[in-house]
Design a protein around this ligand. Structure first.
Ligand SMILES: NC(=O)c1ccc[n+]([C@@H]2O[C@H](COP(=O)([O-])OP(=O)(O)OC[C@H]3O[C@@H](n4cnc5c(N)ncnc54)[C@H](OP(=O)(O)O)[C@@H]3O)[C@@H](O)[C@H]2O)c1
Length: 279
């Protein structure tokens, strides 16, 4: 998809996903306007409306969020202000300016659901504040004709917290075995795969929601092993253990898609990780 001279406003550009979105936008010739969280704190309605009025974008990619799940639980009011209200402000600006809005949502909207894989026709039941505030934001986006992509993605560098990839890579260098769960299932993609789909969606007429996921699933322990093997590192420090209870999140967090969101294998996604994020 070629962006031509289309001007896109990106929120959350400094995040783990944002760096791949910026790269994808630039590769496709988009003009990018990426206000930081201090230039445009999304919870502040007037900042959002004024910044978008000033920038005159032709589309918005909304990635900004309080993406640290634990912090959302300890500061639920902030999560509500940033993830829910903040997204409503962005949706209001998009509908006012009559421009395309694409939103990064999450598989965590299913945090209270049992029995994955979850497809787009499954009713989400969010439990923890991160999930419920992201779902509220998603509904605001969908209510104004925008498009939400739900995914579980991995990258080494996340602002919000230490990423799973980073946990695996740093733990593998230490003497002690490190636990990786044998009963937490997911269908993640690399951040670059999600970034590409989000950017492609700027030029499509799709509305509603898409699940973007790998076609096979792996347990956390299998993912750790696959990541270490792909980087050529020893796997013997992995200690495969079952997780007895996953508070606020399902053990089975797999996604599937009835709208064409199933992509390659997890192994393919891990290859992208190694190529794009070498040691
Ligand atoms: N990580 C995952 O596995 C995952 C999975 C599915 C969906 N998502 C969603 O994907 C998006 C990006 O996640 P990520 O992992 O890249 O997060 P991240 O690394 O924590 O980055 C969050 C971004 O949002 C910005 N931001 C935070 N609070 C803001 C505010 N009040 N106003 C404006 N901007 C603010 C941050 O700016 P500063 O750097 O200035 O704070 C940063 O650019 C989020 O919407 C998240 O919910 C994440």
């Amino acid at each position: 998809v070629e962006g031509g001279e289309l001007r896109v406003l990106v929120t959350g550009a400094s995040g783990g996903l944002g760096r791949y979105v910026l790269r994808e936008l630039k590769m496709n010739g988009y003009e990018v306007f990426a206000p930081s969280s201090s230039e445009m704190p999304v919870q502040n309605r007037l900042y959002v409306l004024n910044t978008i009025e000033h920038a005159q974008p032709q589309a918005i990619l909304h990635l900004a969020a309080l993406a640290n799940v634990d912090r959302c639980s300890t500061e639920p009011e902030l999560a509500m202000a940033v993830n829910a209200l903040g997204t409503m402000h962005v949706a209001e600006a998009a509908v006012f300016k009559r421009i395309r809005l694409v939103y990064a949502s999450t598989n965590d909207v299913f945090s209270e659901c049992v029995g994955g894989p979850f497809s787009e026709d499954r009713v989400p039941v969010p439990g923890m504040p991160y999930s419920s505030t992201k779902l509220t934001g998603e509904l605001a986006v969908r209510a104004v004709g925008g498009y939400a992509i739900r995914a579980n993605f991995f990258t080494r560098h996340c602002n919000a917290k230490k990423s799973f990839v980073d946990y695996v890579l740093t733990s593998a260098k230490k003497e002690d075995p490190f636990p990786c769960y044998t009963n937490v299932l997911s269908t993640p993609v690399h951040a670059s795969t999600l970034a590409k789909r989000l950017v492609d969606a700027l030029m499509t007429p799709e509305t509603g929601v898409l699940h973007l996921c790998s076609y096979n699933f792996m347990t956390r322990a299998e993912q750790a092993e696959a990541i270490l093997r792909a980087y050529g590192l020893p796997t013997d420090r992995i200690s495969p253990v079952p997780l007895l209870e996953r508070r606020g999140r399902p053990l089975d967090a797999r996604l599937t898609s009835i709208f064409g969101g199933v992509v390659g294998s997890i192994a393919d996604e891990i290859k992208k990780l190694v190529t794009l994020e070498p040691l």
